[in-house]
Each structure stands twice: as C-alpha cells, then as structure tokens.
Design a protein around this ligand. Structure first.
Ligand SMILES: Cc1cc2nc3c(=O)[nH]c(=O)nc-3n(C[C@H](O)[C@H](O)[C@H](O)COP(=O)(O)OP(=O)(O)OC[C@H]3O[C@@H](n4cnc5c(N)ncnc54)[C@H](O)[C@@H]3O)c2cc1C
Length: 440
C-alpha cells in the first residue's frame, strides 16, 4: 500500500517536497491557503511564488549560493530544474521569469496523479505524517497552534540580522581579540575607534540610504509588536537617538584600548565568531535596514574592516521561524511530534534556493534515502546549523555561505581559489556518497 503524507504550505519548500514524494509513490495531500486566505507578501494564487526578487542568486562555484545549487543538482531538485527552464538573462545569477516559474510548478503539482490539492488554511497539525512548510508568513491560527504545542519562547516572529563577514577580510593588524573588562575568554574580536573615527561612522550611519520598506512592512514596523523588541532596533535608528548612544551601549569601550596608543578606546565594535572554525564573524549589534551597497560603504568605515567581504548582509523583516536547535530531532522532525517535519523558512533556513533545497532534503529523509550529508557540503552544514545552538547568541536563520563550511587543511591565500577548492571538495564528497535512487 502506498504511503500517505500531508504537506501544509505550497511555497518553495512545500512544492519541492510534494513533487519529490509524489514521484516516489507517496499519496500527497497538499494544503495551500491562498486564494481564500492571503499573506502580506504573495500576489498570486500560484504555488512557489517568489515574493520579492526574481533571482535565486549566483551559480558561480566560488559563491556559497552557487555551490548550494550544484549540490541541489546532484541531489535531484525538481524546482531547480524548472527554474533553469524559466531563466532570464542575469549574468552569473539564476534569475527566472517569476510568473512562468510559478505557473510551471503549479502545473506540475496539479497534473501529478499522486497529488491532491486542498485550497484551505490549515489551523492545526493533522494526525499522520506531515510536512509543515508554511514559511515566514505562516498564518496566525497555525502560529497559535505551534505556540501551544512547542511553547511561547520557541517561536520567533521577526528577524533582525547583523551582517556577517569573511574572517579572511579582517585586518588582523588593527583588530584584536580580548574580552570586555579583560574578564573571561577572549571570544570577541575588537574594532577600536578613536573620537574622529567614531563620529565619522555614526554620521555615515545616520545619513545612509535605507531599504524602502514595503507597505506591509511599514505597518509591521509601526506596530506595538515591533517596538517591544529593543534588541532588534536597527543600529542606524539607535544612532539617531544621539551621537553618543552607541558608545554608551553596544559599542561601549570598557576595558578595551586603541592599539595605536594603548589608551582607552573611544568606542569599540565587537565581532563574534559565527562558527567553530572562526571563518566568519558577525558584527555585533549591527542589525540594519540600510541598503546593501550602503552597508558595504558604512561598515567598511569600522577600523580593521576597510576590506570587509560580506557573506550576508544585515536585514530586519517579519519572519516567523522556530528555535530549531531546541525543537527538532536530528532527522528534522519535531521532538514532540516525530511524524511532523518542518521544511523551508519556518525551520530557520533562509533564501529561495535554501528553502527549495530544504524541501528536497526533508522529502528524501522521509523516503529513507538520506540519513546524513557530508560535513563539507553547504546543505550538510545548513542541516547541522538547524540542530546546533549557536555559541553565545540566540538561533538565527542560516543561508548558504562559505563561512559555514569547515576550513581547508592547507592555507590558501587566494580567496577565489580557496572558494573554488571548498566547492570542489564539497561536490567530490557528495558524489562519493550519493546515488539518486530515481536514476538507477
Ligand atoms: C517579504 C519577504 C521577501 C523575501 N525576499 C526574498 C528574496 O528576495 N530572496 C530570497 O532568496 N529570499 C527572500 N525571502 C526569504 C524566503 O526565501 C522566502 O520567503 C521563501 O519563499 C520561503 O519559502 P517557504 O517555502 O519556506 O515559504 P513560502 O514560499 O512563503 O510558502 C509558504 C506557503 O504556505 C502558505 N501558508 C501559510 N500558512 C498557511 C496555513 N496555515 N495553511 C495553508 N497554507 C499556508 C502560504 O500561502 C505560502 O504559499 C523573503 C521573505 C519575505 C518574508
């Protein structure tokens, strides 16, 4: 007898998972609440709608996004295949005609004999095997239900992300490791400012161009919900409260000196390691709504970061996601419902390609085809990240970048070469262990 599964949410992760499992003979019931109930961002009634940019980012193997797509190709992603058929010219990026893409995915789902589509909002998890793929804009009744079964503090409602930079791009002549007050272990790297450097930085922050929030985002940022979360206040908004606010707050220089004079610094911005290999660092307190080019310009004014290479830019937007390291089993099912898997952005992966890849991974875990992935792969590390409490901070969404990969055994100075070597290592490892059962 064929196996049955309910998939809730016909976005990127849910659509990929539905097609993967249907292709393996599962009887799939796919729930999608649109058009009856809408999200703030989706415009159409189609499945797999890209809500903002039409780009699935780079395909170059010297980028994390490019490596992820190469891994997805080996693992047999169906939506990636459709995206490639709907692509539009965009240099090294895989950009698609969004309408064509969503319509092609919708047609594949609607015509598949093993998929039954139910256009209805799911307000609770049904019994039996379920993939929950309701995304960053999961509807309120489902959020309430999740809060009941997982606990209030295991759900986040928005995402305030500080930029992450490549460790190799930090100037080690200027930046140094030391704990504030010189107490405890030197876990943080310090970027020390003198008076002029600090005010130049603060003035640049206040005058830089912001990302224009869309209407629903504006509503969100004006709401009480947002103003409660002081820790997520954009750094440029804090700077606007007064030119000295930052140096009395997140940039206080207590016990930290200027390397050039040995005297107390005027302000210090700290960098926190993103992984145990110390290959990527987070700019502490720098969650921001500045436009990406402005982030590059302004954050490169920080002493020691003049050549910073950005692995992920800062952002703030409405985003529901689970505290996955606390609530997920190693196979990405829920600890208190072993027959429910959470796929896509709701689980704390971030980005179109990442959500598709995650939907594919969950489907293949459920089908019993994948138990683990090599740690050298981007997808293997995304999986690991979802299960690992980050050192000294709360869990935040993870995307494909080289900072999450373990380093190479050898020291390679040329950055492009190093990235290509990381990609080659990942793909070799994946090919070694992977066989697509559908191709045998
Ligand atoms: C405003 C915004 C802009 C973004 N822009 C980008 C970008 O430009 N590039 C990028 O890489 N990433 C972007 N992301 C991040 C992310 O990659 C996308 O949100 C991605 O679509 C998430 O995929 P998903 O499958 O997890 O969820 P979605 O694609 O959002 O799919 C979830 C589906 O579930 C449905 N649903 C929700 N609740 C229920 C329910 N209770 N019952 C039934 N159906 C339900 C929704 O209608 C939706 O169709 C953005 C996110 C947001 C919120």
């Amino acid at each position: 007898m064929s196996q049955q599964i309910t998939i809730i949410g016909g976005g990127l992760a849910g659509s990929e998972a539905a097609l993967q499992l249907a292709q393996r003979g599962y009887e799939v019931e796919l729930w999608e609440m649109r058009p009856g109930v809408r999200t703030e961002a989706h415009q159409s009634d189609d499945f797999a709608e890209l809500v903002c940019s039409n780009s699935l980012k780079s395909i170059r193997l010297d980028t994390g996004a490019g490596l992820l797509k190469a891994e997805m190709r080996i693992l047999g992603s169906i939506l990636l295949d459709i995206a490639e058929k709907c692509k539009v010219p965009a240099g090294h990026a895989l950009a698609v005609d969004r309408e064509l893409f969503a319509k092609a995915v919708t047609a594949s789902l609607e015509t598949h004999p093993n998929i039954r589509i139910i256009r209805k909002e799911a307000c609770e998890l049904p019994p039996g095997k379920v993939i929950l793929a309701t995304g960053p804009l999961t509807s309120d009744p489902m959020m309430r239900h999740l809060r009941e079964i997982l606990g209030e503090d295991q759900l986040f409602f928005f995402d305030a992300i500080a930029p992450i930079i490549d460790a190799d791009s930090i100037d080690s002549e200027i930046v140094y490791a030391k704990a504030r007050y010189d107490k405890g272990e030197a876990d943080y790297l310090n970027c020390a400012f003198d008076r002029d450097q600090y005010y130049t930085f603060v003035d640049a922050l206040m005058t830089a161009e912001k990302h224009e929030a869309r209407e629903f985002e504006n509503e969100f940022f004006r709401s009480d919900k947002f103003s409660f979360y002081e820790n997520c206040m954009p750094i440029e908004e804090l700077a606007r409260r007064g030119r000295d606010t930052l140096r009395h707050g997140v940039m206080r220089p207590m016990g930290l000196e200027l390397p050039s004079t040995g005297k107390k610094a005027f302000a210090v911005l700290q960098l926190r390691a993103e992984n145990n290999d110390f290959s990527a660092y987070n700019l502490v307190g720098c969650q921001t709504m500045l436009r990406y080019p402005e982030q590059k310009r302004v954050f490169r004014l920080i002493p020691g970061l003049a050549n910073a290479s950005f692995l992920r830019f800062g952002s703030i937007h409405r985003n529901s996601y689970l505290n996955s390291p606390k609530v997920l089993n190693p196979d990405l099912s829920l600890k208190n419902r072993h027959d429910v898997w959470v796929a896509g952005q709701l689980s704390g992966v971030e980005g179109y390609a990442e959500c598709i890849a995650h939907g594919m991974l969950i489907a293949r875990i459920i089908a019993g085809e994948i138990e683990s992935l090599p740690p050298e792969t981007i997808l293997g590390q995304i999986w690991r990240r979802l299960l690992t409490d980050p050192p000294k901070s709360t869990f935040s969404p993870v995307n494909a970048n080289f900072g999450i990969l373990p380093g190479l055994d050898e020291n390679v100075r040329d950055k492009k070469l190093k990235r290509e070597m990381l990609s080659k290592r990942a793909l070799d490892k994946l090919l070694e262990c992977h066989q697509d059962p559908l191709e045998q």
